[in-house]
Design a protein around this ligand. Sequence first.
Ligand SMILES: C[C@H](O)[C@H](O)CC(=O)C(=O)O
Ligand SMILES: [Mg+2]
Length: 398
Amino acid sequence: MGYPKIKQVRAYVIKGGEGGGGADYHDQGEGHWIDNHIATSMGRYPEYRQSRKSFGINVLGTLVVEIEADDGTVGFAVTTGGEPACYMVEKHFARFLEGRNPFEYERIWDQMYFGSQYYGRKGIVVNAISGVDLALWDLMGKLRQEPVYHMLGGAVRDELQFYATGARPDLAKEMGFIGGKLPLYHGPIEGDEGLKKNVELIADMRSRVGEDFWLMYDCWMALDVNYATKLAHKCHEYGLKWIEEAINPDDYWGYQQLKKNVPAGMLVTTGEHESTRWGFKMLLEMGCCDIIQPDVGWCGGVTELLKISALADAHGALVVPHGSSVYSYHFVITRHNSPFAEFLMMAPKADHVAPMFHPQLLNEPIPDKGRLKVTALDKPGFGVDLNPEVKLYRPYEH
Ligand SMILES: C[C@H](O)[C@H](O)CC(=O)C(=O)O
Ligand SMILES: [Mg+2]
């Protein structure tokens, strides 16, 4: 009704090699805190223990999706997925958009998901679907000259509050964040010695930040239930607020057990590597966690996050999306069951606030004293631009 139709969908990767950063935020240069001996399930192989890049955490790279309407308006989004996701977008999903009214986002999402059901449902396919969905919401906002958060129902508060993820919660406190989430450095393979170091780090941070500042551990799928339970109990006396993504995301039964095992009051969080309403339904119905952490660029995009969030609300669970900068800010500001947001510290030493998707996005809003006014989001679509200095490469066309 009155809106131009979708003319073309294009998918790009970013040329630039090692340390490109941006949506593939693990792709950072040497010495960055995010690649410094962080515990992973690959830590059982000594050659892959020191660096996540060594086992290929940055192998996919960024996916950029552009959707152009008949009147020349272009919506775009960035997420991870790189060249394999480009193939899916160009060779498979574009057919469900071109020639369509962009506001038919429900039908478009449904056709992308069910059209790829026989090989997709999770992982990189849903990253690709998410990238298309976010670009579509950006296009809708630009066509209506409205920020995405308006189209999601409007803000329920005047500002966002953030906790920071990074190696220096003590500095995050000085910067005004409400909490600091540390990466876990030592996994089960490093035995009692490693466990002791993990506990000592929380104890040390607690002594630096004082009593009330939130401290959390992000375990990035590295543990088993037994180790996670021990870690939770040992860190309890230092006020660990939550234990995140402790075990394999496919082990719903393990999360269910862990949730029963942790000390009263400690929260169990997970979900950044989960996708769609059906994946989150498992976590919620099985009572696996207190907070779900979908990544809007990986879980199915905004269209799917709305459904996931409603499901979580009905189960009394909070939704605090993983990273994803503006793509999650526009959502979090519209929901009472998303009371705060994550900010991933991309400065190599986690000692200052740097835009998460730098250098790919321009005009990316960042927290000031741990907060961001809703007015910072008052631009059409997601309110960010693709940096013209970043070199795009379109590996497939249709
Ligand atoms: C710090 C974690 O290992 C990971 O790099 C980011 C993450 O899981 C989070 O921000 O949450
Ligand atoms: Mg995490």
